[in-house]
Ligand binder design. Structure first.
Ligand code: MG
Length: 381
């Protein structure tokens, strides 16, 4: 039995995790969950299922909940996310938080000897080296949930790492894949938020449109699979059926395929190394008919190139890039800046950053704070 602590339960990955757990009630139980501001999701959950612990963003709301549900213990705020990952009743943390706020709960979970199923990208982008060190020292596992990393993880099962030639990460191309760079000037928020293949949270949909998301995935793959950046490729694959591939030294290429349904990789992260039946749609290749692959254009998507560059430079630079992106995307979502300004602000911020080699957790947090503030300054907000 896996006893789960689910962080980010009201988001896209969080709600699908609850769906997966409900399909296998004898295998998994949710002992604790956190939601941010969408507390209705928590109320809905508590109507049908008990929880030992819960965390919400706001202190007053936590106190109201505590009166209504005395059998559950409530935490609140960023500190609450740390406390809820320390509880003894949970042995697996599913981190489906969005943004840099996901980092400290991951580290705390590992330090409390809990295995982690990770959907929070910012954890490894900002602090991959530190997280890997903590995993080694505490001897716990980290299993990726993101479809691309789940695909690579599955292709590597039963193979020797030294036989790997390269990883090939597929990219749908995002909302603006049919537009040229000069056509991006006047795009709207609503256009940016309509992804061709996946229904996801707002931030990751914007990150997909800028291709920053693919840059994050390259960085995550580097830390998850211990592979040099020069051996991680990206390719445009519009259908989002092949979720990623691994090429071995005998030129065998293994791929993982499936419909665009995140419940499949979420479930696999929970059941690994076993597989269970589910209610997801089966892949019908005849119905799909044709699969397309196109060369990635790094001039069209410079943030992807930037992720390679900051990743290779190491130190705190990926954390700076991540912080700048988080703030720039927030400003775009609040309609304070144009779509093309996201990229400009990130480049400008990274170029002004002070390089720190072998940063501590505190220095990563400070780099994130500095980058977010620098973006606001540069955007004059
Ligand atoms: Mg992905």
């Amino acid at each position: 039995m896996k006893n789960l602590i689910l962080l980010g339960a009201s988001g896209n990955i969080g709600t699908q995790t609850i769906d997966v757990v409900r399909q296998h009630p004898t295998e998994f139980t949710i002992e604790a969950m956190s939601v941010g501001e969408r507390t209705e999701a928590l109320r809905d959950y508590l109507r049908t299922s008990p929880l030992k612990y819960a965390c919400v963003k706001n202190k007053t709301i936590a106190e109201q909940f505590q009166k209504e549900y005395p059998a559950t213990r409530f935490f609140h705020g960023d500190q609450g996310l740390i406390e809820i990952t320390s509880i003894e009743e949970g042995n697996w943390v599913v981190n489906a938080l969005q943004g840099f706020v996901g980092l400290l709960p991951t580290i705390n979970a590992i330090r409390h000897k809990k295995n982690v199923c990770l959907a929070n990208k910012e954890t490894l982008v900002a602090a991959g080296e530190i997280v890997n060190r903590e995993l080694r020292e505490n001897k716990v596992e980290l299993i990726p949930i993101d479809s691309e990393h789940s695909a690579i993880f599955q292709c590597l099962m039963g193979n020797r790492k030294k036989d790997v030639n390269k990883l090939i990460i597929t990219a749908s191309g995002g909302s603006f894949r049919n537009l040229k760079r000069e056509e991006l000037k006047n795009v709207t928020l609503a256009q940016a938020l309509s992804h061709p293949n996946w229904n996801m949270g707002k931030k990751i949909t914007i990150d997909s449109a800028t291709m920053m998301n693919k840059g994050f995935e390259v960085t995550e793959a580097h830390w998850l699979f211990d592979i040099d950046y020069d051996r991680i490729e990206t390719v445009i694959h519009r259908e989002s059926i092949v979720h990623s591939l691994v090429e071995f030294n005998d030129h065998t290429v293994m791929a993982q395929l499936g419909v665009s349904d995140m419940r499949i990789p979420i479930q696999f992260a929970l059941t690994y190394p076993k597989r269970y039946p589910n209610t997801s749609e089966a892949l019908d290749l005849v119905k799909v008919g044709t699969l397309h692959f196109e060369m990635m254009n790094y001039e069209r998507f410079p943030l992807l190139k930037l992720a390679y560059d900051t990743g290779k430079a190491g130190g705190n630079l990926s954390a700076v890039m991540n912080g700048a992106n988080e703030q720039a995307v927030r400003l775009f979502l609040n309609e304070k800046i144009a779509f093309t300004a996201i990229e400009e602000l990130i480049f400008e911020t990274v170029s002004r950053a002070e390089y720190i080699s072998n940063p501590t957790v505190e220095q990563i947090i400070e780099s994130d704070r500095w980058a977010q503030e620098k973006v606001r300054q540069l955007a004059r907000i």
